[in-house]
Each structure stands twice: as structure tokens, then as C-alpha cells.
Write a protein that binds this ligand. Structure first.
Ligand code: GAR
Length: 214
């Protein structure tokens, strides 16, 4: 059984998708939020998962917050730490502590549009294809070896909300997939910093999910 700790800041729909996927061999050991009002905490508690809050506002520095957060995380002996809409910039020390067992999902096809407001920026840039990326976390923000991506079309008349909703459907597909690969022991970060996924075919269930209608 692999222990998974999921970090959230708000709604927690990606966390929910991972919990609902009921991945064989995975135990969701805890859901931790940096905000006491993170809505996803309620779903996790109702699902019988341990919940914790480490409120970043209670700490004077990023380092102090990350140290307290790591203490709470490590109390659950995680094999994998999953950032699911966790909207904090993490210190290098924190990231290095979890090298190879820290995943993030970002709402763009990285390396395009790191940072915030990805959907609005994609619309402004006029891209025809947008999407989402799961990656191992490295110290640089929204940057790191890519595990899986999914693309969606940008349609005439799209606004930020419509595009975000289309991307979110794909987030909920690829994040459980990436976690499943990790739990099955097929996904790893090599010492050279590249991603290895064993026995995964190309195509719809493989590296990329093709653009979908909707
Ligand atoms: C998701 O769209 C996720 O990709 C994004 O925040 C949202 C959280 O939604 N994450 C980032 O922007 C990280 N840079 P959720 O709380 O419903 O999972």
C-alpha cells in the first residue's frame, strides 16, 4: 500500500477525482490545506480521510511555513505528495525533500503559460489548443519533468470560464492516471531528471489525451 498525501488550497476537485478513482494499492493518508476555508476539506472529511490545516498566514516566513507543512506531511509517511490546486510557492528545501515523489497539476500545456491566469492568457495569445500538464515538481515554478498532458481545442466564443471548464475535465482524467502509474511503480523520476513511465502505450490512455469535443 502506498501512502498519498494531497495538498489543496481551495475547491479540491482534482483531489476529489483522485479519491474517487479508488486506485488499487493507494491509501489517501491525508488531505492538507493551507487555508482553513478550503472547500475540499469537507469532501475529504466526509470520505473518512484525515484532514489538517497548516495556515500559511500563521508563519512569518516561507521557510517557517514549509518546515511546519513538511512536519505534518511526514507524520503520514507519504510515498507520494500530490499538489492539487495548492497555490503556494514552495521553497527549494521543501521541493528537494520530496524529490521524485512530488507531483503537481498545472492548467496549461507547459512550458506555455506557467503562473496564474493561464486560461485568460491562452485566449489572449490566440492559441488554438490549450490543456493541462502533470509534472514532477522542481524548484522552478510550474516547471519540471512532464509526466502526462491533455489537450483541448480553443473554440470561437470561448471565455475564461468555458475554457477552464473544458480543461478541468481533462485534469480530472490525467491526474488520477499519473497517480495510478506512480502507485503501480511504473512512474519515476530518473537521477538525470527525466521521467520514466514503464509499459505505457501511446494513444488515448498513454502519454497524451487527444483533443476532445465539448
Ligand atoms: C486546477 O485547475 C489546477 O490545475 C490549478 O488550480 C486549480 C485547482 O482546482 N493549479 C494551478 O494553477 C497551480 N499552478 P481544484 O482545487 O478544483 O483541484
Amino acid at each position: 500500500m502506498k501512502n498519498i498525501v494531497i495538498l489543496i488550497s481551495g475547491r479540491g476537485s482534482n483531489m476529489e477525482a483522485i479519491v474517487r478513482a479508488r486506485i488499487d494499492g493507494a491509501r489517501i493518508a491525508a488531505v492538507i490545506a493551507n487555508r482553513p476555508d478550503a472547500a475540499g476539506l469537507q469532501f475529504a472529511a466526509h470520505a473518512g480521510i484525515a484532514t489538517r490545516v497548516v495556515d500559511h498566514k500563521a508563519f512569518a516566513s516561507r521557510e517557517a511555513f514549509d518546515a511546519a507543512l513538511a512536519d505534518v506531511i511526514d507524520g503520514f509517511a507519504p510515498d507520494l505528495v500530490v499538489l492539487a490546486g495548492f497555490m503556494r510557492v514552495l521553497t527549494d528545501g521543501f521541493v528537494q525533500r520530496y524529490t521524485g515523489r512530488l507531483l503537481n497539476i498545472h492548467p496549461s500545456l507547459l512550458p506555455s503559460f506557467p503562473g496564474l491566469h493561464t486560461h485568460q492568457r491562452a485566449l489572449e495569445a490566440g492559441v488554438r489548443v490549450h490543456g493541462t500538464t502533470v509534472h514532477f515538481v522542481t524548484p522552478a515554478l510550474d516547471c519540471g519533468p512532464i509526466v502526462i498532458q491533455a489537450a483541448v481545442p480553443v473554440r470561437p466564443g470561448d471565455d475564461e470560464d468555458r475554457l477552464a471548464a473544458r480543461v478541468l475535465v481533462q485534469e480530472h482524467r490525467i491526474y488520477p492516471q499519473a497517480v495510478r502509474w506512480f502507485v503501480e511503480g511504473r512512474l519515476s523520476l530518473t537521477p538525470a531528471g527525466t521521467v520514466q513511465v514503464a509499459d505505457v502505450a501511446d494513444g488515448p490512455d498513454g502519454w497524451t489525451v487527444p483533443p476532445v469535443e465539448g
